[in-house]
Structures are given as structure tokens and as C-alpha cells.
Design a protein around this ligand. Sequence first.
Ligand code: BTN
Length: 246
Amino acid sequence: MIIGSRYIFSENIDSTNAYAYRLLKQGPLPEGTVIHTNYQSGGKGQKGHSWESEDSKNLLFSIVLFPDEIPAEDQFIISMTISLGIYDFLKTFISDCRIKWPNDIYAGYDKIAGILIENSISGNKIESTIAGIGLNINQEEFLSNAPNPVSLRMLTGKSYAPDIMLHKLVVKLDIRYKQLLSGKHSKIRKEYIESLFRLNEWESYKTESGVFYGRIISVTDAGRLQIEDRNLNIQEFSFKEIDFRL
Ligand code: BTN
């Protein structure tokens, strides 16, 4: 086992990603260390947003990785790998689960998990990766203005033991990470693309130049979203260049 080789628990913390970063600066950590908490006072989301999670209700953790064989320009494959691990886990509980590009996990039209990957790059090398995961398990009410949060409990009516769920999820993540390390990049890319929310569905998207209609057809190795428009032109977008209209 790589992911889950060591667990570090803190009852509450500012952010497991920030804590992992501080620990890494202090000295070496085994690859696959999982840093988890019950409560974050400053949980970080993508695009500078915060991450809401009620005390002891959900999974909040970060994984420390050293994917030094992956060139920096291929770093998106790490996002794909982590997304697929969460997707594999959730599929055992809910059928309608998808990966919303680049790395949100959706149940139907609602967001059940978010991932914040922070890589330290030196030259063309990834020195370390901190993969932070927030997965909503037992929370039933969300107070922030996040548009569409949902939890497993809201979907299934059942409550779950967070510690057991964390261990089961770590097993799925470890399987995917080992696929990555053994060079199964095409398999990971293919399965990631096949799991995408709205793949091949005609929908509207918002960009700086306005709203347009198109369908997601793929994601490039560099992680850019490819959308075919009505004129059959294929356009590519980075994360900050396009918004899904939900
Ligand atoms: C998103 O905006 O979708 C990403 C959310 C990532 C949240 C997790 S919770 C554990 C880890 N620590 C953080 O501060 N953020 C990530």
C-alpha cells in the first residue's frame, strides 16, 4: 500500500493541505501519507473559494505523493488518477456518479466531492503533490453559497462511519495510484474521459466571449477541455476559461 502507508490525524486544523505543506517543509514524509481531520477552520477550495464541512460529518484529508516519474507538463494525469479513485469508491454506493471536469465529483447534478491538488514543481519535475479531498458523507444542510452541494446521506438516507469510509476510499485511491506508477496512463485517461459529466451531451457553456452550445468530446493530456460546437469546430479550454451552466 502506498496511499495509506501512514495516517496523521488532527482533531481540527486550518486546512489539511496547508498542514501537509508545513509538515513537508519540516522534513521527509513517507509517500502516501494521509493527513485527516474532523474540522477545518480554513478549508481551501478551488479558485480561492473556501470548503464547507460540518464538524465530524465528512471526509477531509490530504495525501502526500512524490510522482517524480511524471513530467511536470503531464501533471493533469494526477488529477485524473485521484478523480477516478473517488469515482470508483462512490460507484459502490450510488449509480449516478460522474467526474465534472477538471476534478469535481458529481452525483446527478450535485457536487459530492471536491479535490484540490497542489504540486511543487522544480524545472520539469514534480517534487511533491498534495492532493486534498473533501467528500460529503453525513452532512444534511449546507450553509455556504456553494451552488449544489450534496452528501451520501442526502442521497441514500443512510449515515456512514467516516473512519471506515476513509479507509475504503484510500484503498480505491491506492489502486489507481499504482496504475499510474506502473505506466497505465492510457487506461487512466480513457476511463477518466468515459466518466465525464456531460460527455457527448449538447449543453450551453459560458466563456469570456459569451454563451455557446456544444458537447464535450475529450480532455487533452494537458488537461484542456475539448468541446465541439455546432459548426463542428473543436475548441479547447483551460479551467479558468469556461463555466458550465448548471
Ligand atoms: C473544490 O473547490 O472543489 C476543492 C475542495 C477541496 C477541499 C479539500 S478538504 C481537504 C483538503 N484541505 C483543504 O483545505 N482543501 C481540501
